[in-house]
Design a binder for this molecule. Sequence first.
Ligand code: AMP
Length: 241
Amino acid sequence: MNLWLKKQNLVNNYMNIIIFGPPGAGKGTQSDKIANKYKLFKISTGDLLRNEIKNGTLIGKKIEEIVNSGTLVSDNIINDLIEKVVSNNKYKNQIIFDGYPRNIQQAKNLNALLKKHEQKIDLVISLKVSLDLIIKRIAGRLVCSKCGNTFNEFFNPPANLTCCKGGTLKRRSDDNAEIAKKRYETYENSTKPLLEYYSKLGLLKNVGGENKIEEIEGKIADFINLIQGWLWKIWSYKYVN
Ligand code: AMP
């Protein structure tokens, strides 16, 4: 393989990222875009949990009430779901974690799992959004039942009130102002302390989450490109010299 192709391979495929932010910060939208652009797999624990609920599994039955109340599902359940992902070679070093980890225990568990499977986190993005805007974003959020695309009644309305063929636009059962406040509180109390944890590791980058979707995407891409430049330098030093 020539050097350019090897570089493309490295640049496109080898990176694990975490995206943080309160509910409604745009984590899902941005991680979809980044996953697409850099050929990563988006792993959203919220989506994994909603799938368990939709499929009526044992886990799904246990967690439905908790998810709908805006509090956190137990670490054991989450850690088991994540272990299946991190131990799967298909995803190795190509993951963008959306909504995970949500507390210090989960972050420590993720560290240990990544180490066990010879991986690491390369970048942590934190999206900053005010509570007022979050409530508007959450109250207007619509999700396509078929492809999972998200829209917003106020800020990003779907053309003709439809998305893809066969899909219907639905509201998530935990998307209302009251539960949004509870989810925000949970974020402030349990998840926000993680920012300091990742900042101390030198991995954290803050991005304003109130700008236009494309501007936010551009800022995140700048950070990714920077890190990939470093990875490329390390790689070429190791293998070319
Ligand atoms: P999200 O789609 O990320 O907003 O998550 C929706 C809900 O799923 C949260 O309010 C929690 O109840 C639950 N959840 C998602 N991810 C986690 C996690 N990492 N740890 C615990 N609970 C979670």
